[in-house]
Structure formats: C-alpha cells, structure tokens
Design a protein around this ligand. Structure first.
Ligand SMILES: O=C(O)CCC(=O)C(=O)O
Ligand SMILES: [Fe+2]
Length: 559
C-alpha cells in the first residue's frame, strides 16, 4: 500500500510539472491486472466532455472478470465480467444472480476482491497534491470545493454512495460517464493464485497495526487453503479447486443463465481490439439525451400528428386474458413491444375482483392530489392554465397501501393487482432481454392510481422523454383500467400513436392513433421512453392503476 501511494504521489508530481509532449491532464490509477474501458465515443471526447463540465474527479466502478477457463492471457481470453452490485437489477432474477455468486464462497462474497472503484483526477499545473488513497485521488484541500461545486462525478448508483461515505460525489446519469468502467482481472489462473498466496504467506487478518480487520473474504479463504497444505502440488490442486468453485463459469448453460440474471455482462471490446490490433470501441448502447429530445415533436409537429387517422386498438386475449394464457401471452406482448412499441390485452382477472378494486379506488379519492409533470428534473406547476394533465393521483407505497400491511389497509385488491402487474413484468424481463429490444428491467416505480373526470385529459406525451434524470430511466409503462361498466360514449380513451413512416420527431412522419377504451381489466403496456400517447377527455369517472419500470440495455457495457 505504501509503495502504491508513493507511486501515485510520484505520478502526480510528474504530471503537475510536465510540459510539452510529457504534459498530462488526467491521472488514473490502475493496477496491472486492470484496464480502463473508455465510453463509446472514445477517451478523447469523454475527457473533453468532463472538462467542459469542470469535473475534477471521476470515480468509476469496476467489473470483475469471470474466466471460463484458466488463462495467463486474460485480456485476450476473458470476455465475461461480473456487474457491480449496485447495477444488478433488484428483481428476483437479479437477486438470484447475486446469490448464485455469494453462495460460492464461505464468506458469501459477491465480488472476490474489492468492489470499490478507481478514480481519475484532473491535474492542476504547478500544484502538487498528495492522494487521499490509491482509489480516491482527490486532493483533500479541494474537498469543500468539490462538494459545493459538484465537481466530482461518479458512475456508481446514487444509492450506493452513502455506504462508501461518498455522498459528496454526484452520481451521474450521463450515458458517457455511465458507460465508462474499470475492468478488473484479479484471478484467472490457479498457478498465479498460488504465487500470490505463496508470496503473502501467513499474513495477518488485521492491517495497519490492528486498526483494520480484514473481513471474512475469499482472500482469507485462499490464504487458509494455502497454509493448510504443505506440498506445492497439494496447494496448487486445492487452490485450483477453490478458484474454479468461486470464480469460474464452466458450462454454456451457466453462462447463459447468469447473463439472464444480469449478474454478468459480455465485454469483448478489449479482446477484439487486441486481436485486430486497433481500438474497437464498444458500440453505443443507449440513445443520447440529445437524440431523445430530438425525437419529441415540437408544437407544429404535434398539431400535424393530431390530424392522423384514429382507429380502435386491438385488445389481445379477450376474456380469458393474460393470466389464462401466460406463456403465449408473454411472447405476444414482447413481440408487439418490439414491432409496435405497445400492446393492449385483457388481464383475465375475475369481474368481482375488478369491481372491488374500483370501489377501493373510489374510496381513496379524498387522498388523491393533482398529477405533476417533471421535465428535466423540474416540476411544472399543475395549476398553470396550460397544464398538460388534469388527473388526480396517488402513489400506493407512499400512502402505505401496498407492502406487507396492504391486506389490512383500505386497498388490498389494488395492492394485489399491482403485484400481478409486477409479476407479469418480471416474467417479461428475460424475454425482453433476449428480444430485439435487448432490454433489461432493473427497477420498478411505486404503483400510481389515477382518476380523471369532467372532461379531464392528459395531452400527448412520452412518459420518459428526457431520460428521467437518472441512470436507468423508465422504459416500460403498464396501465390497468378499473372502470367496470365503462360507457364508451364517455370518451376517456388512451390514444397511442404508432408511426408507420418516419419517426415522431420527423417533419414527414405518418402514422395512426390506436384508441383503447379504459374498460375494467384492460392492461396496456407501452415503451415509456418511445411511445407518444394521450388521454382523451373523460366525461365519466375514470380510474387506472399504472406501474412504471426502469431498465437498461441488456448487454450494457459493450458487446
Ligand atoms: O391513464 C392512462 O390511460 C394513461 C395515463 C398516462 O399517460 C400517464 O399517466 O402518463
Ligand atoms: Fe403517459
């Protein structure tokens, strides 16, 4: 550790005083078993981008190599990486993926070695700084300025920062930062593992004179395995077993199943680059914010789209609904989302259940408040005369209406329907990952109950038109209507625009509006970040339960 700190101090000193061809603007500390994977646009553009925002420090997460066989040339052979825990979906599948790995070590470790990231720091000329640690290169004197000016960025998820005492960093959702990563190849051959522990020998479980206790870990398990045996042959054999059991995926089926849980990701850009001898950038995986905003039609464009033809939407699976044809239904939903961006289906819940849900929704009316629109993190005042939505809303969990005590509360049926929607989407998730959309659901939002009446409408919009201001924005909207005995003459249709020619932002876009009646049991899925839709004036009381799901590209991190 001392040697590493001295190395960094030396590098920073040289960087600060260097000039001409030696001049250096940024320093990043990497071990020799690590690589910095720049974002899709390439290193140059990335750092320019950061400089433009006057960022002084970036902290990148690391991705831990998962070998499929022993190799001494991991950079050319390993293409599977464990995804940092903060970026693994908190869905049942994601949790199963994390547990799959944890169960493989005595200490229940997900990452075998460290899972904090590595930082890059911008160097000021003629100014020497001492690094804070090998992982966090920020100059301690600058901390206050970094905090107040929000000059430190990280691609760690915001909810992870508190655990690492890093709340002073801002978690950036910018796709350029989020796509940059450190690839860590800590143990890819049993002989190298043996050498490490042969070198370290019987090291103590405490560091810094006892101030830091090394927690139970794969590191200590490997030390103990080494010490337990006296001959080199035996030590090699046992460490080989240990490494394979903890770190390797040996069959295609195992690889496939972990790719599906989202605990691992394929990153073959390093291998490809070394093989071809030129830098092969990872492909761009997410549309940039600029492109997303460009996709939104302007006022004139919207007026034009409003003149396009309207037709009744097809509602799939009729009375039997999704629940009675689950497997086929899931396939049809994914197929429609791929080709059209939306689908309307019957849920198949019993009519009496829907009637109870409607009663519960009505009883909650006094607790509802005006829906708000958020554009680029700014809440638009719903009382402004030109407000785009006229609904009343309520969030279930926020109001204590879902969760373990839901059964005793005033809305057990709504809570049940919310879990049914979530269950269906959890089943859709692996299919969406394999589909052309290559979409992985990573999170869900609190269920929202909405109410429209007296001609109330919600003008044409895309739910997540600007990235939602977070790393994984909303990608899927699910809306279940609760209106038993809905009178079709009362309007209130959900109108979904489907482009047939061009994109909705293009001046010559052509397409049709698909009109869905908000009848009890009709469940609509639409792509939250793509599909333009509106609620037409509703002249009767209109209730719906919506759940949004966040996600990311399934092979996020490069192909
Ligand atoms: O209730 C509906 O039909 C959809 C409402 C909607 O578009 C929204 O809340 O974003
Ligand atoms: Fe919407």
């Amino acid at each position: 550790m001392c040697r590493q700190l001295l190395n960094i101090a030396h590098a920073l000193k040289r960087a600060a005083h260097a000039s001409g061809s030696e001049a250096v603007d940024w320093v990043i500390h990497l071990d020799h078993d690590e690589l910095f994977l720049p974002p899709p646009q390439g290193l140059q553009a990335h750092f320019k981008h950061l400089e433009a925002s006057d960022c002084r420090l970036c902290l990148y997460q690391n991705f831990e190599a998962v070998p499929q066989d022993h190799t001494l040339t991991p950079f050319v052979d390993v293409t599977l990486f464990k995804v940092p825990s903060g970026r693994v979906s908190k869905t049942p599948a994601g949790m199963a993926g994390m547990n799959f790995w944890a169960r493989r070590t005595k200490a229940n470790n997900y990452f075998l070695y460290y899972d904090n990231g590595k930082s890059a720091v911008r160097v000021s000329r003629d100014r020497e700084i001492a690094p804070t640690s090998v992982h966090l290169l920020y100059p301690p004197d600058d901390l206050e300025e970094l905090i107040t000016g929000q000059h430190g960025w990280t691609n760690f998820a915001a909810h992870e920062l508190a655990d690492m005492n890093l709340t002073w960093l801002s978690s950036s959702h910018d796709e350029v930062v989020a796509a940059s990563k450190v690839l860590h190849y800590p143990a890819t051959h049993y002989e190298r593992l043996w050498r490490k522990y042969d070198h370290l020998g019987n090291f103590p479980s405490v560091r810094f004179g006892g101030d830091l206790v090394v927690p139970p870990s794969f590191h200590l398990e490997a030390r103990d395995e080494y010490l337990k045996h006296s001959t080199k042959e035996k030590q090699l054999e046992k460490l080989k077993e240990l490494l394979e059991n903890a770190a390797f995926l040996r069959s295609e089926a195992e690889v496939q199943s972990q790719l599906e849980t989202g605990s691992v990701v394929v990153i073959d850009t390093v291998k490809e680059s070394l093989r071809r001898g030129v830098w092969v950038p990872p492909r761009q995986l997410r549309p940039s914010l600029f492109k997303m905003l460009q996709r939104r039609p302007g006022v004139k464009g919207m007026e034009r789209l409003q003149t396009m033809k309207r037709r009744p939407a097809e509602v799939c699976f009729g009375k039997g609904g999704i629940l009675k044809n689950l497997d086929t239904a899931l396939d049809v939903i994914v197929q429609s989302l791929c080709s059209n961006g939306w689908v309307a289906c019957g849920l198949g819940a019993h009519e009496s259940l829907m009637a109870r849900a409607l009663e519960e929704a009505k009883s909650l009316k006094p607790r509802m408040s005006r829906g708000t629109t958020v554009i680029q993190n700014e809440v638009i005042d719903p009382n402004k005369p030109n407000a785009d939505r006229e609904d009343q809303i309520l969030f279930l969990q926020e109001q204590g209406l879902s969760g373990p005590s839901a059964a005793k509360g005033p809305a057990p049926t709504l809570a049940l329907l919310e879990s049914a929607i979530i269950d269906i989407v959890m089943h859709l998730d692996p299919r969406l990952q394999r589909s052309d959309l290559q979409l992985r659901i990573t999170e869900r939002c609190d269920g929202m109950l909405s109410h429209y009446e007296k001609g109330g409408a919600y003008s044409a919009h895309i739910d997540n038109a600007d990235g939602d201001g977070r790393v994984d924005g909303r990608v899927l909207t699910a809306v279940l209507y609760l209106n038993v005995g809905w009178d079709r003459y009362a309007g209130g249709e959900l109108a979904i625009f489907q482009a047939e020619h061009g994109d909705i932002g293009d001046a010559n876009c052509q397409g049709k509006w698909n009109m869905v009646h908000p009848e009890a049991g009709t469940l609509v899925f639409l792509r939250a970040d793509h599909v333009l839709h509106e609620v037409r004036g509703a002249h009767a009381e209109r209730y719906a339960l919506s759940v949004w799901f966040c996600g990311q590209h399934a092979d996020y991190g490069g192909s």
